[in-house]
Ligand binder design. Structure first.
Ligand code: SAH
Length: 374
């Protein structure tokens, strides 16, 4: 295995290129902020609620379809509140239409992806929080390209609103029509774009027309383990699920698989996770990609079991989705089964994640936003 350079997990203090941030959108603001803006435009404040009801309540994103707005005001209001943030580049479906991936171009040309997954009892969308990612995990496709920039709160939310509209159209056969779950497991490190992600979570959960009205318990924020941000999130009074991408129970291997471990070690990151569980009462989801002959040895299962036994934690094993050019592969099924067996024997609740979206490169770690010719 190669040794990775020590990278600074701190975002650039000057911030990502601010000039590249998109125009403001109603989803960046709470309802009061939208009303202020509408008043500044010389329109009655109730228009803010009217447009918000279209967007969050009816999932209508096209101002042209908001026919109850007077034509004279519509363009002005749309220009100020509904600039187009995401331009669809392509949409792909697989798993008999139950999984759909959307590739978007942002206003500055950056590409991001989102995935919709329908199940008999729920509809989940997996959304991106950054264009690219700066965390450099060597097994993850997004990590290979580096960070372009943070997404705005509205760019994050618009992915969910768009895909909620796809679900509402009945396009996902055999699944409910209503979006119920959101996971921040697309491109990017959500806790490196902290304020915008937390604002997006609040708006996902605010009742319509302020937001989408989802349950906080149905939102999952996944992190490589940015310890100060995990501690801050624990104080936000949100009951969202925190997923921790652990991938190795020992520092030697985790330093390589999740390079941010060079700054915050396994013991520290687990401490921050248990603090989150204590403060919120929410079970921590421990993500562990099963990589053949790298992190799947029985002794690592036993060590992981000892670290997690008696804690409010659940292990989610993810068969590695090999990324282009990677020398790594998923663990063989018997090895995976033995890993599960040892964790359960240690008293740790463990499941293996389904691998939706593989053939459309929409599975975990495959989101690279490469624009493949049709
Ligand atoms: N940056 C965040 C969220 C994005 S990735 C995080 O790392 O948690 C969502 C999950 O997919 C993470 O657990 C990540 O480690 C995992 N993942 C990334 N690449 C993968 C791959 N090639 N195969 C399986 N899981 C992968």
């Amino acid at each position: 295995m190669t040794t990775l350079p020590v990278l600074s997990p701190r975002p650039d203090p000057s911030g990502p290129r601010r000039a590249a941030m998109p125009p403001r959108h109603l989803a960046d603001l709470d309802l009061a902020g939208r009303q202020d803006l509408v008043r500044e435009l010389g329109e009655p404040a109730f228009r803010a609620r009217q447009i918000s009801t279209h967007y969050f309540g009816r999932l209508v994103r096209d101002p042209g379809a908001m026919t109850d707005l007077p034509a004279a005001s519509r363009d002005r209001l749309a220009g100020a509140l509904l600039p187009r943030l995401l331009t669809p580049v392509r949409e792909l479906a697989c798993d008999d239409g139950a999984t759909r991936k959307a590739l978007w171009r942002l206003h500055d040309g950056s590409l991001v992806e989102s995935v919709l997954m329908g199940y008999p009892d729920r509809v989940t969308v997996c959304i991106s929080s950054q264009a690219g990612c700066g965390m450099a995990c060597p097994f993850c496709a997004t990590g290979q390209a580096g960070l372009t920039r943070n997404l705005s709160t509205a760019e994050i939310l618009d992915q969910a609103v768009y895909l909620a509209g796809v679900a509402a159209s009945g396009a996902v056969a055999g699944a409910p029509a209503r979006l119920s779950h959101v996971v921040f497991m697309g491109m990017g490190e959500p806790l490196a774009n902290y304020a915008r992600v937390v604002a997006a979570v609040r708006r996902l959960c605010a009742p319509a027309p302020e937001g989408l009205g989802l349950s906080q318990r149905h939102i999952t924020v996944s992190t490589v383990g940015l310890v100060p941000a995990m501690r801050r999130l624990a104080e936000e009074d949100l009951s969202v699920t925190l997923a921790l991408s652990l991938h190795a129970p020992d520092d030697e291997l985790r330093d390589e698989l999740v390079p941010v471990n060079q700054r915050w070690k396994v013991a520290e990151v687990l401490d921050a996770a248990w603090n989150y569980a204590d403060r919120t009462g929410r079970r921590i989801s421990i993500e562990y990609a099963m990589i053949r002959d790298v992190n799947d040895q029985p002794w690592r299962a036993d060590l992981l079991g000892r670290l997690l036994a008696g804690r409010l934690a659940h292990v989610n094993l993810i068969p590695l989705n090999p990324t282009p050019g990677s020398r790594w592969d998923a663990s063989p099924k018997p090895v995976e089964r033995e890993f599960v067996r040892r964790l359960r024997a240690a008293g740790v609740s463990t499941t293996v994640r389904d691998t939706r979206g593989q053939e459309i490169d929409g599975a975990c770690g495959q989101l690279a936003a490469a624009e493949v010719p049709a």
